[in-house]
Design a protein around this ligand. Sequence first.
Ligand SMILES: [Zn+2]
Length: 321
Amino acid sequence: MAQRILEGRKTRTTFQSFLSGAPAKDYVFQKMPYREQIHKGAKLIKEADYLLIGAGAGLSAAAGLTMGGARFTDNFKEFIEKYGGPFMKDMYSAGFYPFPSEEAKWGYWSKSAMVNRILPGTLPLYQKVRRMAENKRHFVLTTNVDHQFLLSGFDENNVFATQGDYGLIQCQKGCHPKTYDGIKMFRQMDQARKDCLVPSYMVPVCPVCGGPMEMNLRSDQYFVEDEKWYEAEERFGQFLEECEEKKTVLLELGVGFNTPAIIRFPFEKLMREHENMSLVRLNLDEAVVPEEFGERAVGINEDMEKSIEDLQMEVQGNDGK
Ligand SMILES: [Zn+2]
């Protein structure tokens, strides 16, 4: 404790210090019926002054941005026919295909950016989440790279997207800490693409080292965390500091066990360290919550669109507004 006071503001949480790799050992599935899950979740949300939203792939999948199935086979038909094999089974695996040239690489990624970032526009489920957040001091921590929180109207000062954005590109080797808006380029590539390839003159090169460019998606040690990224990290740290003294609800949306160290485990760690926090975990298949949290936590294992609607209805209804 003395250590903390001595160091004062220098102890502010950073992305690295927030991460936690430690799973709980006492997960239990909620046995209570769905209506009671909603009732308990709504009560926790109503009682809180602060709302920290943690959102993972499950939220975007529930909103319609699924990575496989018809959305993949319809949109990537020519890529599946050209490249086939084990990579072309969904958009997640396809991103790891060893594309033989820059023309092929950008042929694929321009398509992916169109399908996941440019064409969908704002999605209803994200708008529902925004409406739920708008009456409280709130902040969003997300691993999603589809820009949906910003498209739905969240203030960019309240969003920390830690893993990048389908609309941004960077130097492949991260030779300088900058990202570049790729939206216009992706639209042009989408028009010009033939046989899954973009014309050579469209291939972007790094303006500093002259080497190849890459999507700004965290996949290796060269991922660029630019100035905006660090500003968002700083605001996230400030928000957490404020939360320490306020009644805070951690609203976790669709965070599974694929990358639990960024949101799921850190949220559980916050819960263990702060009595003033509560956890509302929405997850279709993995809504388990640690037993030790008792009345402070609830897992809701239903379709997320339905859960968010029902939560919102109950939060508003009992306010008498
Ligand atoms: Zn470079």
